[in-house]
Design a protein around this ligand. Structure first.
Ligand SMILES: CC(=O)[C@@H](O)[C@H](O)COP(=O)(O)O
Ligand SMILES: NCC(=O)COP(=O)(O)O
Length: 249
């Protein structure tokens, strides 16, 4: 698959489904958001089918696979139920993420180093089915080495701690997180891994991460869906695209 942008933008539509599910029914429709994001220049769509189905549903994934002409990055926990769904759909990419039922959002990266054998067996059929397997991971050398050893082609670095530190005004901590992300992007790339990043990114935090030359894709959702309330989804995505391109120029 060829992509027009050296730094791709994956738009995560989970939180359109969060709003829909607050009332039940069908509105707002994540599929409509995905189609709009596609028209607005998203390079891919990301959707996380949580085990508790708190936002994206199985029917949303069926619909996305049917209508999208850009790649789907299917985020899922490492469970046999999710593996079966991924193998049925064979999306472009499968991103393995940690999940805790009681968390509000994905709090950290996947523990790969302690689960190496289990995860190696888990991702093998997904790779054989032609999915690009990505591991959602903290900026931690030990975890990146383990992701490489189990045969992942891609890692996605969790940018949540960097974004939270920025939002809370803890700038020394933010800069330390950013330096960690930068060093670990370089390290992962040196192993031959494709590097993605995401979680909690906003207009204020995207550019320093977008400027890392090794990063090939950013996945951004919650902020864009929130911003769409104020300026509409298409302009919200266009502004993110502009900031990413500016950082990379
Ligand atoms: C895996 C991840 O980074 C999450 O952002 C996810 O895609 C959004 O879903 P949650 O907010 O439910 O974690
Ligand atoms: N993997 C990160 C993602 O898809 C988007 O995270 P967020 O922007 O919704 O926090």
């Amino acid at each position: 698959m060829s992509f027009p942008h050296p730094l791709r933008l994956g738009v995560n539509i989970d939180h359109v489904a969060t709003v829909r599910n607050a009332r039940g029914g069908a509105y707002p429709d994540p599929l409509r958001a995905a189609k709009l994001a596609q028209e607005a220049g998203a390079d891919g769509i990301t959707a996380h089918l949580r085990e508790d189905r708190r936002h994206i549903s199985d029917a949303d994934i069926d619909g996305l696979m049917e209508v999208l002409t850009i790649p789907l990055n299917f985020e899922m926990a490492a469970t046999s139920e999710m593996q079966a769904i991924a193998l049925r759909h064979k999306p472009h990419a499968v991103c393995i993420v940690p999940e805790k039922r009681e968390e509000r959002t994905t709090e950290g990266g996947l523990e790969v180093a302690r689960e190496e054998n289990k995860l190696a067996h888990f991702i093998a059929p997904l790779r054989e089915a032609g999915c690009r397997v990505s591991i959602f991971i903290a900026a931690d050398q030990r975890q990146i080495e383990a992701a490489h050893r189990i045969g992942a082609e891609v890692i996605e670095l969790h940018t949540g701690a960097y974004c939270d530190a920025h939002a809370e005004g803890h700038f020394a901590e933010r800069d330390a997180e950013l330096a960690r992300l930068r060093d670990m992007s370089t390290f992962a790339h040196s192993l031959g891994l494709e590097v993605h990043a995401g979680h909690g990114l906003t207009y204020d935090t995207v550019q320093p991460v977008a400027a890392f030359p090794e990063v090939r894709e950013l996945n951004i959702g919650h902020f864009l869906i929130g911003e769409a309330i104020f300026r509409g989804l298409t302009p919200a995505i266009a502004e993110m695209r502009r900031l990413m391109d500016e950082a990379r120029a």
